[in-house]
Design a protein around this ligand. Structure first.
Ligand SMILES: NC(=O)C1=CN([C@@H]2O[C@H](COP(=O)(O)OP(=O)(O)OC[C@H]3O[C@@H](n4cnc5c(N)ncnc54)[C@H](OP(=O)(O)O)[C@@H]3O)[C@@H](O)[C@H]2O)[C@@H](O)CC1
Ligand SMILES: Nc1ncnc2c1ncn2[C@@H]1O[C@H](COP(=O)(O)OP(=O)(O)O)[C@@H](O)[C@H]1O
Ligand SMILES: [K+]
Length: 519
């Protein structure tokens, strides 16, 4: 009897403790100085200011900024006639440097300065003097140059572009000549990606120190062309003082727990996916397959027996659990749940969500699991705050988001919307769309930008929910699983190609993508 108890207790440790030990690990703490950090124009100006305060001359920063742009042009274009359009601020100052460096390299360069010399800052004025050549009439520049450099406005854009400047931007676009933007395409708001009146459509944007949210949020992203980042002498050491909290998604931000030599299927977690009824089971099946392919040790569909009998005709590696959820939740090995895809908006679903939260399991609440709280979102949020939401991921698309959190017309961008929603709900909020933004309750926000438009196909969101469920089962924290899931989902679609993709093709791409992001 004693031996049996010892064996049982060893097995229990093996199955549970290893799992619990690794459960919901996060590697986020060290990311303040990450190259994935995104700075708003105001934060960027503060980084400039602090660097200059530490003794780096502004003249030198501007010289380096111009150098980075000129180098980009020389690497990516053949020598040609270049027209540099310079605005009234330091973005124009960078333009003076680009013009001089390309001229020094033997390119034929024209420059039009759309400002007043005496209103320039000291560094920009010095660089204008070093350029030293005659201004070209804008008509000549637009007609005669093969390549345009946009140095009109960058981080200093603080209002809508109207009048002469708006007309100039439209004329530059109408030339259909390639335009390389310095920092941001003029007219794009670096903090929000919004078009402020009119904006340059660039083939490339060359930015400095850290990229800006506007490079990745729509519509800004579609105006930027290729985005290139260069270092110009701004000090990483100033970043902790700025305390930026927005990142661009990528594998450097999270880590999928590796397969351990001594591991077994339970140490990689067991994901439960709620099946829809007998006629609506496909969505949950897509989630379940995605969770299994994402490396959950085991995946089971649960729900009504009649629905599971239909599922039995379709699944092989996935198990079927007809037991009630309350009973299933007594087994600690079920460490991750996906609720919502194809589930139907019912009170029973509402109860399942509340039970899952109270049982403190990692979970993805998608689609109907969110809509079940449309009339009383506060009851969901209160429950999450009460039991803890670190490992809970809500995955609304725009319509579901508005119904759960309100329209938020006042919010200046998706970043702010998601931040408010994550704080209000106490969970991670992943706002799906052509640009996906993920927020954690502590204010961290991540922008995912690798998703191609072919992802807008039936069932693709179900696959995303399943990937995140699989990541939670493997022991990632809610924010890591949400970010990892969104990136991997986008990469699967990119890997597929341009036409003909259906949601289950994403599942088939998972092994390749998971191997590629493995560090
Ligand atoms: N600081 C540094 O050390 C470094 C900065 N660097 C570079 O500087 C850039 C930021 O420079 P910045 O702050 O001077 O602003 P910038 O983007 O040139 O535009 C502001 C000017 O435009 C005007 N203006 C604004 N909106 C307008 C509108 N809608 N319509 C019309 N006018 C408008 C506004 O004039 P206002 O009329 O408000 O007086 C102001 O004169 C940054 O993107 C990077 O390229 C690098 O050199 C590295 C070192
Ligand atoms: N134009 C687009 N470009 C990139 N990704 C998109 C686009 N439209 C939708 N997506 C992505 O496709 C998925 C669609 O999910 P969802 O709206 O839940 O659809 P479904 O319910 O059919 O699965 C989301 O991950 C979303 O971010
Ligand atoms: K610009």
């Amino acid at each position: 009897m004693k031996v049996r108890r010892e064996v049982l207790s060893r097995l229990h440790r093996l199955f549970y403790d290893g799992n619990r030990h690794r459960e919901y690990a996060s590697i986020w703490a060290m990311k303040t100085e990450s190259l994935n950090l995104l700075l708003s124009p105001d934060e960027m100006a503060e980084a400039d200011r602090l660097t200059i305060q530490k003794g780096v001359p502004e003249f030198e920063l501007m010289q380096n900024a111009g150098q980075v742009v000129a180098d980009y042009v020389r690497v990516n274009f053949s020598p040609c006639t270049v027209g540099v359009v310079c605005g009234p601020g330091n973005n124009g100052g960078d333009g003076f440097v680009v013009a001089r460096l390309l001229r020094d390299a033997g390119w034929f360069v024209k420059l039009t300065f759309m400002g007043a010399r005496d209103r320039l800052g000291e560094a920009a004025r010095q660089h204008l003097d070093l350029w030293g050549a005659e201004d070209s009439p804008i008509n000549d520049l637009l007609d005669e140059c093969d390549l345009l450099i946009d140095g009109l406005f960058g981080a200093g854009l603080d209002r809508d572009v109207v009048g002469t400047f708006a007309e100039l931007i439209k004329r530059m676009n109408r030339t259909r000549k390639p335009i390389v933007a310095i920092d941001m395409p003029s007219g794009i708001d670096g903090a929000t990606g919004a078009v402020r009146g009119a904006a340059i459509r660039a083939v490339a944007s060359v930015s400095f120190f850290r990229l800006k949210p506007g490079h990745f949020l729509l519509p800004g992203k579609s105006y930027c062309g290729d985005v290139h980042l260069g270092q110009i002498g701004i000090l990483d050491a100033v970043l902790p003082r700025i305390g930026g909290k927005v990142w661009h998604n990528g594998p450097d931000l999270w880590q999928i727990p590796p397969y351990e030599a001594q591991g077994h299927k339970y140490s990689r977690g067991h994901c439960l996916v709620l099946s829809g009824d007998a006629l609506s089971g496909g969505a949950a099946r897509l989630s379940a397959m995605a969770a299994l392919r994402s490396g959950a040790g085991l995946v089971s569909l649960f729900g009504d027996k009649a629905a599971l009998e239909v599922q039995a005709h379709h699944v092989t590696e996935i198990m079927l659990k007809p037991a009630p959820l309350e009973k299933l939740l007594q087994d600690e090995r079920f460490n991750s749940l996906v609720l919502g895809p194809g589930a139907g908006v019912t009170n029973a679903l509402r109860d399942k969500v509340l039970s899952t939260i109270a049982a403190q399991r990692g979970c993805v609440l998608d689609a109907d699991a969110l809509m079940a709280f449309e009339s009383d979102p506060k009851s969901l949020f209160d429950h999450i705050h009460r039991y803890g939401g670190d490992n809970i991921v809500l995955t609304p698309h725009g319509g579901e988001f508005a119904r759960l959190f309100g329209k938020m017309d006042e919010a200046e961008s998706k970043i702010e919307m998601v931040r408010i929603a994550a704080e209000a709900s106490g969970a991670q909020v992943l706002l799906k769309g052509a640009d996906t933004v993920i927020g954690a309750p502590d204010g961290r926000v991540v922008i995912n930008s690798n998703a191609p438009a072919i992802l807008a196909t039936a069932g693709s969101g179900d696959v995303l929910a399943g990937i995140i469920g699989g990541m939670l089962a493997r022991g990632m924290s809610g924010i890591d699983a949400a970010c990892g899931g969104a990136f991997i989902h986008g990469a699967c679609a990119q890997g597929f190609g341009k036409e003909g993709m259906i949601a289950s093709d994403l599942v088939a791409k998972l092994p390749e993508v998971l191997m590629a992001v493995d560090k």
